[in-house]
Ligand binder design. Structure first.
Ligand code: PEP
Ligand code: MN
Length: 364
């Protein structure tokens, strides 16, 4: 079920036409000096147009630094006056909304921990009734696109049409090089459902370190995202939160200079070539699906045979051989081992399920 969102094009509420738009600034506001120094350096980078800073910080454990509170909003006013950058802060409850608006913050954002909770989002939506301010909504911590959409809907229904989303990765129980797994298919699906919704990427919280920011930023731009939110600090080593992933403005300028900004929609000769390749992919996918069906039919026949002859479904020796042979062949012709292994395991799981169904039916 998808409800239309009433979205004002981003060009109508951000009156600059930089692409990509970069939102940058520290994870947390720590001091006036830190904000002004960082903002001064950031304002030299052409595409940085919005300054971020966490004023109230959601921390896993109490007694950690939980943000400087309202005084930071006064510092942000100075940042705006001095640097000309717009400002944005995270709001997690109606009180934050009220304070941020009172202190002329330009854009509000909802963090990943807030978006998981519809009660919190609803309270914020109610506090935003009748207020004309842009709101950016991060994805929830867990990979649930409906929670993300639900938050967008609640805020939109409160009358906020200056709306955007931020992809900041998702909690994932398996270890990965990322702090939060990107699971790109989720933001892609959001874009498919709401093509008018501006989508940003937050490589800092996806990566959790400085090294992967360049490649994640490039990937986001290649997926036609509107812009990036990247944490920066004039001296990341002394940062009170997220020190590992914050970069200096100079480092950000360097990353930005290496980004390849590709055209959004290709025309003419490229389009023809792309169409040809896509037709080829469509054909191959259709064949792949037919082959899978064929394989499942044979699996069923084997299942019936096993049932009639009282043979167990899982025969570990045969399965080990399959894995060994198929992987050896796949790797030899250039397929990625992990990818192939995952596919084989998935197909095997479905085959076992099919044969279990046959056995159970046979018993009736
Ligand atoms: C942040 O932007 O500093 C932050 C807390 O992010 P997230 O909500 O994505 O964890
Ligand atoms: Mn952070």
């Amino acid at each position: 079920m998808s409800i239309e969102l009433n979205i004002l094009p981003i060009q109508k509420w951000l009156n600059f036409d930089s692409h990509p738009i970069i939102i940058s600034g520290p994870c947390s506001a720590e001091s006036e000096e830190q904000l002004l120094r960082t903002a001064r350096e950031l304002s030299q980078i052409p595409n940085v147009r919005i300054f971020r800073a966490g004023i109230w910080k959601p921390r896993t454990r109490p007694n950690q630094f939980e943000g400087v509170g309202n005084i930071g909003l006064e510092w942000l006013k100075k940042v705006k006056q001095e640097s000309g950058l717009l400002t944005t802060v995270e709001v997690a409850n109606p009180k934050h909304v009220e304070e941020a608006i009172k202190h002329d913050v330009d854009i509000l954002w909802l963090g990943a921990r807030t978006v998981v909770n519809p009660f919190s989002v609803q309270e914020i939506a109610e506090a935003l009734q009748g207020v004309d301010i842009p709101v950016i909504i991060k994805n929830p911590v867990n990979p649930d696109i409906n929670l993300w959409i639900g938050a967008l809907e609640r805020i939109n229904r409160a009358g906020i049409t200056k709306l955007a989303a931020i992809h900041r990765g998702f909690y994932f129980f398996e270890s990965s090089p990322f702090r939060n797994a990107p699971m790109w298919e989720i933001p892609i699906e959001l874009k498919r459902l709401y093509p008018a919704l501006p989508l940003f990427c937050d490589p800092s919280h996806i990566c959790g370190n400085k090294d992967l920011i360049q490649s994640v930023s490039q990937k986001a731009l290649d997926l036609e995202m509107e812009g990036l939110m990247i944490e920066s600090h004039y001296n990341p080593d002394i940062a009170l939160t997220d020190a590992n992933q914050q970069i200096t403005p100079k480092h950000l300028a360097n990353i930005f200079s290496k980004l390849v900004i590709r055209e959004e929609s290709v025309t003419g000769e490229f389009e023809t070539k792309l169409d040809e390749l896509r037709t080829e992919i469509d054909k191959l996918d259709a064949e792949l699906i037919d082959i899978l069906l064929h394989r499942m039919k044979i699996v069923e026949e084997i299942g019936e045979y096993k049932r009639d002859n009282n043979i167990t479904i899982l025969q570990i020796k045969r399965w080990s051989e399959i894995i060994k042979n198929r992987l050896a062949h796949g790797i030899k012709i250039g397929l990625n081992r992990d990818f192939l292994l995952k596919i084989l395991q998935l197909v095997h799981k479905e085959s076992i399920q099919k044969q279990t169904d046959i056995m159970n039916k046979g018993k009736k």
